[in-house]
Design a protein. Structure first.
Length: 219
């Protein structure tokens, strides 16, 4: 099984609850399946560029006009996207680790998504056939921490809707979410015990999902 892990958190693990969830998830996954092929990408080490006009032309113009020939600047603009898309297309499972910032994904994660989810790289698109995946990813595991507490289907939560919408577009509808909320005292007046309980429950859920991700392989 090939697993691609994309992390968008600049904090060290001891200060980052989302990274602690990732440590629990991968600890259990590797314990049960030591031969798993894991690719880790820290977006603060491999920073994605913002989506550019040159990248747009390189990826979309050939879809709109089969005779279009990309220029050198457009080819260069696709270097990061092509490298990341290669790892994406080889994965069976995608794991995204991040905090919630301003009710949505960190900008650096959005930049990575914009680079990778491009026609000709991770999907093809045409009037006749619509969108067809070029990848083999079956599920996305979302590991998140937030300062405030969010109820299910909370209208303030643009993060999970962003992930479901973006990856659903390329045929990935299985989204597993592990969420440790209430981690900031300013936004959550509950006790430290409640905060710790939320982390412990999320870690247990992360480990459970790691076991579930093995099911298709071991059956």
């Amino acid at each position: 099984m090939n697993v691609l892990h994309i992390c968008a958190n600049p904090k060290p693990t001891e200060e980052s609850v989302s990274k602690q969830l990732a440590a629990a998830f991968f600890g259990k996954l590797i314990e049960l399946r030591p031969d798993v092929d894991l690719v880790n990408t820290d977006l603060y080490d491999e920073k994605p560029p913002f989506y550019s006009y040159e990248l747009y032309k390189r990826t979309w113009y050939p879809v709109l006009d089969e005779t279009y020939t990309p220029g050198k600047a457009e080819e260069m603009a696709m270097n990061y996207a092509a490298k990341q898309a290669e790892a994406f297309n080889e994965a069976d499972v995608l794991v995204l680790t991040m905090p919630m910032w301003n009710y949505s994904v960190p900008a650096i994660m959005k930049a990575w998504i914009d680079q990778v989810l491009s026609p000709g790289l991770t999907f093809s698109v045409s009037v006749e056939e619509g969108v067809k995946p070029l990848h083999k990813i079956k599920s996305v595991v979302l590991l998140v921490a937030s300062g405030a507490v969010y109820k299910e289907d909370d209208e303030r939560d643009a993060l999970s809707r962003q992930i479901r919408g973006a990856f659903g577009f390329v045929g990935i509808d299985d989204i597993e979410i592990v969420w440790a909320d209430g981690q900031n005292k300013i936004f959550n007046m509950d006790s430290d015990q409640r905060k710790e309980m939320a982390v412990e429950a999320a870690i247990e859920t992360a480990e459970d999902i790691a076991e579930l991700e093995l099911t298709p392989v071991t059956e």
